[in-house]
Write a protein that binds this ligand. Structure first.
Ligand code: HEC
Length: 216
């Protein structure tokens, strides 16, 4: 019988000590059982505190200034090439066409296709008709690119849509942190090719292919 009492007491103490104070909220600093002179622990190491003083540097501050030319990552880049980075001409209007520094060729469009398939097709669909997979999950507001208004949007405007998103509640989020400027232009070139593809006529088919297909 005595053992039963002992074991029960032991179990109660064990349970309370392991679980008893879990989730408790303390406002006082914990008691340091060991004097910190003997066991300094990590709490008492000498360290530099943010926005504090530090005699090591001649200006006496712990924080260092960023090197000159640093661009805050959350700020839009306002470099000297506003066409490449903002899609805007010098007068602030949306540019038509592509930045002069980019070569728009097949490789460029293929790069655009790859990026488009990753980032845009879930909503806009593989052919740009707005019937991506998200439509099945209730996202009905994605427009089709094959609409005259969007066909006529300047390239610079589309660049801005990719960079900053679109819609009153940003139904389309911005992709500035995921797609670098050059790739945004490549995507635009691919969007243009998707739009062009819908406007194809029999006259676009090369003569040789026409014969192969048996079309006169
Ligand atoms: C999460 C779904 C989603 C993704 C992903 C998405 N879009 Fe959109 N996009 C939308 C919606 C929704 C709108 C309509 C926003 C509005 O005008 O209310 C839109 C609008 C647009 C427009 C028309 C802008 C205008 O002026 O009307 C273009 C062009 C466009 N998107 C291009 C892209 C490109 C390029 C990508 C890939 C980088 C992309 N979108 C990725 C949902 C998406």
């Amino acid at each position: 019988m005595r053992n039963v009492y002992l074991i029960t007491t032991f179990l109660v103490v064990l349970t309370l000590s392991v679980l008893g104070l879990r989730g408790g909220y303390f406002t006082k600093s914990p008691i340091d059982v060991f004097p910190d002179t003997l066991f300094p622990g990590m709490k008492f190491t000498s360290k530099v505190r943010t926005q504090g003083g530090f005699s090591f540097f001649s200006d006496g501050r712990s924080d260092r200034l960023p090197p000159s030319g640093v661009v805050a990552y959350s700020q839009p880049f306002r470099g000297d090439d506003s066409v490449l980075y903002l899609g805007k001409a010098a007068d602030g209007s949306w540019v038509r066409g592509y930045p002069a520094s980019l070569k728009v060729d097949l490789a460029f469009v293929q790069r655009g296709r790859e990026r488009y398939t990753i980032y845009c097709s879930p909503c806009h669909g593989n052919v740009g008709d707005g019937n991506g997979i998200t439509k099945r999950y209730g996202m009905g507001a994605t427009p089709s690119y094959h609409d005259d208004r969007i066909r006529n949007l300047p390239e610079g405007d589309i660049f801005d849509v990719i960079t900053n998103g679109k819609g009153p509640a940003y139904q389309m989020g911005g992709y500035a942190d995921k797609i670098e400027p050059k790739d945004r232009w490549a995507i635009i070139a691919y969007v243009r090719s998707l739009q062009r593809a819908q406007l194809g006529t029999i006259n676009d088919v090369p003569a040789q292919v026409k014969t192969e297909l048996g079309i006169k």
